[in-house]
Design a protein around this ligand. Structure first.
Ligand code: ADP
Ligand code: ILO
Length: 346
């Protein structure tokens, strides 16, 4: 990181929300501010400064970052979530409120379904500002809580330290484990002391997984083959409740669950399917019109910043803050129904 605290020079074609909202005036007002964990504006923007192809470009080091640097975070939150500084968030993880019959009972289109939430431990800095000791303590406490789970959630915690290359490569290829060396996370300070303190917990079936100390301290994941969205959501809701008995998460009435990336605030939920839409893929305008209508995001099948392969896409809810968890999954379900209907008609 450069030592200078000067207004960054973004290229004219930069499209990130950082370069849109970090005006010279905002920069001057915030450049010498710090949170009580010592997190600065320079820390918050480094990922977007180093990666000019970022979509967003900012990360929070702690809950306080969202107020100390509100002049920058608020407009980003407003544009991404359509959520204003005086709005408040509501949570609803009750599967009974979800109307989501399998959109593809014959299994022709949906390959797999995955729903994850991000969580961070209350009263600790977030990943970009956490110390090595704090991170290791999170790993200890969270893995102990996970090792207490029983029945279908019972499993094993596998630390990244000591995991063989071939095991981690296979877990990544199978969509279970996070990738190493992500350049956006690297510049955000989220890869410090790698691989120490990181790991993955999963049950034998790999339908319930928890990532520890990646972008957020916990990513709680429920996934399985096929399109039974309600079953996946129900398993996730049960798991969250169980983990909450042992770990207190950072939550604010305004921003919901606090996460390091502002796109994940609120529910911190991304509900997705891997779905084959080879015909619709040839008409991206129609494809995008449907996903926009249902507030959905299109990703490639190896996660964010990856490409589609063979007409298979990762389709997920885009909104996460100011809507409930049930609404996030409902958005995904209803949009997927519409996408399948269109694909069938082509
Ligand atoms: P996140 O879900 O945390 O936003 P990514 O987009 O990087 O992060 O996805 C993480 C991993 O989960 C990737 O390997 C991705 O392919 C996998 N994944 C996402 N959705 C599904 C799904 N519906 N089925 C199987 N794997 C999925
Ligand atoms: N910082 C990256 C990613 C933003 C949203 N995704 C995640 C994983 N938080 C960017 O700005 O493109």
């Amino acid at each position: 990181m450069s030592q200078k605290n000067e207004f960054p020079n973004f290229p004219a074609d930069c499209k990130s929300m950082l370069c849109k909202y970090l005006t010279k005036e905002v920069f001057e007002e915030l450049k010498d501010k710090k949170t009580s964990n010592g997190f600065t504006l320079k820390d918050a923007i480094n990922s977007g400064v180093k990666n000019i192809d970022s979509g967003i470009g900012v990360y929070a080091g702690d809950e306080e970052s969202y107020t100390v640097f509100a002049k920058l975070f608020d407009p980003i939150i407003q544009e991404y979530h359509g959520f204003g500084p005086n709005d408040s968030h509501k949570s609803n993880l009750n599967p009974d409120d979800l109307d989501a019959p399998n959109p593809d009972p014959e299994g022709k289109y949906i390959i797999s379904t995955r729903i994850r939430v991000g969580r961070n431990v209350a009263n600790l800095p977030l990943g970009p500002a956490i110390t090595k000791d704090q991170r290791n303590q999170v790993e200890q406490d969270v893995s102990a809580a996970l090792n207490n789970l029983d029945d279908k959630l019972a499993g094993t915690y596998y630390p990244l330290t000591g995991m063989s290359e071939s095991v981690s490569a296979q877990l990544i290829a199978d969509h279970f484990l996070f990738k190493a060396g992500d350049r956006f996370l690297e510049a955000a300070g989220l890869n410090r002391d790698w691989p120490q303190g990181r790991g993955i917990y999963h049950n034998d079936e790999k339908t319930f997984l928890v990532w520890v100390n990646e972008e957020d301290q916990l990513r709680i994941i429920s996934m399985q083959m096929g399109g039974d969205i309600k079953e996946v959501f129900t398993r996730l809701a049960t798991a969250i409740k169980e983990i909450e008995k042992k770990v207190t998460f950072s939550y604010s009435p305004h921003l919901g669950y606090i996460t390091s990336c502002p796109t994940n605030l609120g529910t911190a939920m991304r509900a997705s399917v891997h779905i084959a839409l080879p015909k619709l893929a040839k008409d991206m305008e129609t494809f995008k019109a449907i996903t926009d209508k249902h507030h959905l995001q299109i990703r490639g099948i190896h996660g964010e910043h990856s490409e589609s392969e063979g007409g298979v896409y990762d389709i997920s809810n885009r909104r996460r803050l100011g809507v409930t968890e049930v609404q996030c999954v409902q958005d995904m379900h209803d949009g997927v129904v519409a996408l399948i209907e269109k694909e069938k008609s082509l």
